[in-house]
Write a protein that binds this ligand. Sequence first.
Ligand SMILES: Cc1cc2nc3c(=O)[nH]c(=O)nc-3n(C[C@H](O)[C@H](O)[C@H](O)COP(=O)(O)OP(=O)(O)OC[C@H]3O[C@@H](n4cnc5c(N)ncnc54)[C@H](O)[C@@H]3O)c2cc1C
Length: 182
Amino acid sequence: MQADAGVVGIGGVPQLDWLKELPATALDPAGGLHCSPTGRVHGLRGIWAVGDVASWDDPDDGRPHRHEHWTSAGDQAAVVAHDILGAPPPSSTVPYFWSDQFGLKIQLIGRPELADPGPLVPLHGAGLDGGPVRGTVAAYTAGSRVVAVAGFGAARYVVRYRALVAAGATEADARAQAADLT
Ligand SMILES: Cc1cc2nc3c(=O)[nH]c(=O)nc-3n(C[C@H](O)[C@H](O)[C@H](O)COP(=O)(O)OP(=O)(O)OC[C@H]3O[C@@H](n4cnc5c(N)ncnc54)[C@H](O)[C@@H]3O)c2cc1C
């Protein structure tokens, strides 16, 4: 894939020195507090963790992941609150972030790292074909499933794909949604 410019999201490293007395089960070797899919810290009864420091086991690939996004911290807090109360979990969400770069809102919904290598699926705009980046929305797929959607200056479209990605929609579903929206 060719691009005129790249934006690198480097991420951060949690400072866990002050927690080094915790049992090894509570710490993810990749960095973070290792938690169940509902935020319970492994090996620590009655302790949950959310946000950047929390490395939750992912039912999709069985591995722990940290999602360093504003909305993830809030979404995880809702899951934890339900778990503490013994209530059924809230409806599932997917990771989401936005970043405003030089007047362009970049948004990403879902898990692009789960996608197959290969071209993205264009949904809106012409950015993938060398046209204007603004207004472009594209899907990442794994098999026929859409695992992530990225948008550039296309907030009114991107928001419409969040439920689709959370529901494990197919590429055909996403293309049908795109046709409905344009
Ligand atoms: C420069 C920057 C830009 C970002 N831009 C975006 C963006 O555009 N979109 C997006 O989705 N996300 C963005 N993020 C990520 C987002 O800010 C985080 O994912 C989110 O704030 C995580 O929430 P949190 O509650 O886990 O941690 P935080 O918001 O970092 O809160 C942790 C709090 O704990 C406090 N604390 C730390 N240690 C201790 C201690 N020992 N005792 C008591 N208090 C302590 C800290 O002071 C802090 O107030 C950005 C992050 C950075 C750094």
